[in-house]
Design a protein around this ligand. Structure first.
Ligand SMILES: *[C@@H]1O[C@H](CO)[C@@H](O)[C@H](O)[C@H]1NC(C)=O
Ligand SMILES: *[C@@H]1O[C@H](CO)[C@@H](O)[C@H](O)[C@H]1NC(C)=O
Ligand SMILES: *[C@@H]1O[C@H](CO)[C@@H](O)[C@H](O)[C@H]1NC(C)=O
Length: 295
């Protein structure tokens, strides 16, 4: 216990040397509640500006921050980010824009971020993923867009993926997606996508071809409105190893339901579905199958 308290104490003493918090600005910078501060020490690697009220991020807002790796701008009431806002942040890897008031985001807002890998956009009012533009952010691998707070359908235009050609993990939990179309999410537009999380949407239909992707390994469709296993939409997913279908109102499985997936599937979650009758013939390749009926 003593050691734990000491460790926590030391963390708070030591952390500020490499962490800048906007509420306590360095003497040389100008700061008020809505303008972004400037003049951060040149060695700063982590910049935490979370919980301020910036509203608008103009172009070139972060001069002299070429060493910053993580930028926290979550909970900042941001509703607009101008093109080139982060230009010059050539070492930025983590960008947290979660829980703001963004209703749109131009691809150009992400210009000049050659090393960005993690883009956090969850908890905004974005009804669609940043559209196609001329810029590419080649390193972006993980995009989080949960909780988009939109009543109408959230859309993910396939052209949008030209912005993020190396996207391999996409989080779209708790949005309002009701149907997956062939021209939508994956296809040839996101050739490197390996993990797709769609938990807690309103998906009741997945059209054949909508999920075709040779690289997809993990697919979470739990807590949606599927009344049957989307077998025909999963015929061209040769590397699918984990499928979560829990908490969908699927009542019945036929003997061929998993036939197409049987060579790759290793983890299948179908608990809490209210199933009553199960007719299923599984392949030996499937290692784990959890039927927790009436759980
Ligand atoms: C994907 O990332 C690799 C290395 O991280 C890079 O060389 C490649 O150009 C990127 N792909 C695209 C399509 O930009
Ligand atoms: C996906 O499967 C194909 C053939 O089934 C294989 O050639 C390819 O290497 C796999 N891709 C990955 C990322 O495992
Ligand atoms: C599968 O989905 C259920 C229901 O949403 C969730 O409780 C569970 O954690 C998920 N399993 C995995 C491995 O993600």
């Amino acid at each position: 216990m003593e050691f734990f308290h000491l460790a926590v104490f030391l963390f708070f003493i030591l952390a500020p040397s490499s962490t800048i918090n906007a509420r306590k600005c360095p003497k040389s910078c100008r700061c008020d509640d809505t303008k972004l501060p400037r003049g951060f020490p040149p060695r700063t690697q982590l910049l935490n500006l979370r919980g301020n009220h910036f509203h608008f991020i103009p172009a070139r807002s972060f001069p002299g921050t070429g060493r910053v790796v993580s930028l926290y701008l979550d909970f900042c009431k941001i509703h607009e980010i101008e093109a080139g806002a982060f230009r010059g942040m050539r070492n930025l890897v983590y960008l947290y824009l979660s829980d703001n008031d963004l209703t749109s985001l131009e691809p150009e807002a992400l210009a000049g971020l050659p090393k960005l890998v993690y883009l956090h956009l969850e908890g905004n009012r974005l009804a669609q993923f940043p559209g196609a533009g001329r810029i590419k952010v080649p390193k972006i691998t993980i995009v989080s867009m949960q909780r988009a707070k939109v009543k109408l359908m959230f859309t993910f235009p396939s052209a949008a993926l030209s912005l993020v050609p190396n996207l391999s993990v996409l989080h779209l939990e708790r949005n309002a997606i009701s149907r997956l179309e062939p021209a939508g999410l994956l296809c040839s537009a996101a050739p490197s996508l390996m993990k797709l999380y769609l938990r807690s949407n309103a998906i009741s239909e997945i059209a054949k071809g909508a999920l075709d992707s040779a690289n997809i390994e993990t697919l979470h469709l739990d807590s949606n409105r599927l009344t049957r296993v989307p077998s025909d939409a999963l015929t061209d997913t040769p590397n699918l190893t984990e499928l979560n279908l829990s908490q969908n109102p699927v009542q019945w499985l036929g003997p061929e339901t998993f036939q197409e997936m049987s060579h790759s599937l290793q983890r299948l979650y179908m608990n809490q579905m209210g199933m009553e009758e199960v007719k299923i013939m599984m392949d030996a390749y499937i290692l784990c199958l959890f039927f927790l009926l009436d759980y």
